[in-house]
Design a protein around this ligand. Structure first.
Ligand SMILES: *Cc1c(COP(=O)(O)O)cnc(C)c1O
Length: 437
């Protein structure tokens, strides 16, 4: 009994139902089921649906972290120079390892800095309003706030007023952004476009290829914050012709709290001057000449600023090995199956009065990333608390009315999705939320 099609769409056969047996069957047929045992779960029988905020620790990530700790113990500073896997090239090596996940060449990706710092570094490289008449940056009003704070500060550093120079494309429904509305605003006063690949609240996944092509056609550089899609959605950065991108490693990539971020730079921009220079971006072979004239590496590595964060990068190696082994296309396929199943259960069990839940995520699987926004207009915050306190379910609440749930292909089961739907039902049936402040 295959109840879900390969495309991810639900096939509503007679046999398909909200019964528990369906969930158990789907788990039996799951080709990625073996990966669950590689992960550590917090607490006893916790259902962890928050891997889009902080992915779980794996045995592989632990091993690669321990390897670095051992090297530090045994080698001291020589860890930077060992002939194989030296710390000196760690950022470049991890970038090369991550490149297949985003459709890039190895030297176009580097593990460095953090998401917001990489945004600053790349935007300061591409945003030069002093050079011409185009001075504006396009973003959207549903962006993750740090991106907007950073863009405003970049504009102010140029002596300009963000009120005038930052264009936030508005949403029609508070959940999604109309892609054609973004394209319509790509006028010749625009110096740069910076968008998230997926919106953090509703999970809307932008058609990056479509928007990038529109930007390329108008000669406007376009960059993408892919924190909410790398590790769950396949990307083809080179093929799509995007100019730059950056993303964190601690969400779908499971590399630990505050883990080192990534940046991608299209090779056609390797000669550009890095906006925020630092000695770790120096041409590798001559970095220790200690010249006072900066000469950056002609690769994404040229956009490193400081010494590589070795300890915060160490888990990435092990964590990425699981993604590469499982295959990003298989991960995406299962992720879609799981979010489709969750939507099905909400639709069939939880939308009518007195439950009143609603799906706030695009229903077309191609239009969403890895999580589902379950909306509840009056009690979302308290329901999310009930899930954690009374049912051992970790999900997150995003004001004003969203409970985000991310079943993670590498470690969550269909049966957990089924259980969560039962818990949501019980929380309403028994008015559990009234017990929460
Ligand atoms: C998680 C996230 C960030 C996080 O930024 P940090 O600098 O890593 O704290 C930034 N942008 C988006 C879109 C995110 O989802």
């Amino acid at each position: 009994m295959i109840a879900i099609k390969d495309t991810g769409a639900l096939e509503l056969t007679d046999k398909f139902s909200v019964d528990e047996s369906i969930a158990l069957q789907l788990d039996l047929e799951d080709p990625l089921s073996e990966y669950r045992d590689h992960f550590y779960f917090p607490g006893n029988s916790t259902i962890y649906f928050d891997g889009n905020s902080l992915g779980l620790f794996s045995k592989e990530a632990e091993q690669s972290l321990l390897k670095v700790i051992k090297d530090w113990k045994e080698l001291g500073i020589l860890g930077w120079y060992k002939p194989k896997n030296s710390w000196f090239y760690f950022g470049e090596d991890l970038g090369a390892m991550a490149a297949p996940l985003v459709g890039a060449e190895p030297e176009e990706v580097v593990a460095t800095g953090t998401t917001t710092v990489n945004l600053h570094s790349l935007v300061s490289t591409f945003y030069h309003p002093e050079e011409g008449k185009c001075t504006k940056i396009i973003a959207d009003e549903l962006d993750f706030p740090t991106d907007i704070y950073a863009l405003k500060s970049q504009i102010k550093l140029k002596g300009l007023d963000p009120k005038e120079h930052l264009i936030l494309i508005p949403s029609n429904d508070g959940r999604t952004i109309d892609e054609d509305k973004i394209i319509k605003r790509m006028d010749d006063d625009v110096a740069l476009i910076l968008l998230p690949s997926a919106l953090y609240r509703s999970g809307q996944l932008f058609n990056m290829e479509y928007l990038t092509k529109a930007a390329n056609d108008r000669n406007i550089p376009i960059g993408w914050d892919c924190s909410h899609s790398v590790g769950v959605v396949p990307h083809k950065f080179d093929e799509w012709g995007i100019d730059f991108a950056f993303w964190c490693s601690y969400k779908y990539l499971n590399s630990g709290p505050g883990g080192t971020g990534f940046l991608y730079l299209n090779r056609k921009h390797f000669e550009k001057e890095p906006g925020l220079a630092g000695w770790f971006g120096y041409e590798k072979a001559r970095q220790f000449d200690m010249s006072l004239d900066f000469n950056h590496a002609k690769s994404a590595g040229g956009w490193q600023i400081s010494s590589s964060n070795i300890l915060c990068s160490a888990p990435i190696e092990g964590a990425l090995s699981l993604h590469l082994k499982a295959g990003i296309h298989n991960i995406r396929k299962k992720s879609i199956h799981q979010t489709e199943y969750l939507i099905y259960l909400v639709d069939n069990l939880l939308t009518k009065d007195p439950y009143n839940f609603r799906i706030g995520t695009p229903r077309n699987p191609a239009k969403r990333s890895g999580h589902i926004a379950i909306e509840h207009d009056t009690e979302a915050r308290r329901i999310n608390e009930c899930l954690r306190i009374y049912h051992n379910v970790i999900s997150d609440f995003r004001p004003p009315n969203v409970i985000r749930m991310a079943p993670i292909a590498l470690y969550n089961q269909y049966h957990e999705i089924w259980l969560v739907a039962q818990h949501l039902k019980q929380i309403i049936d028994e008015k559990e939320y009234e017990k929460i402040e």
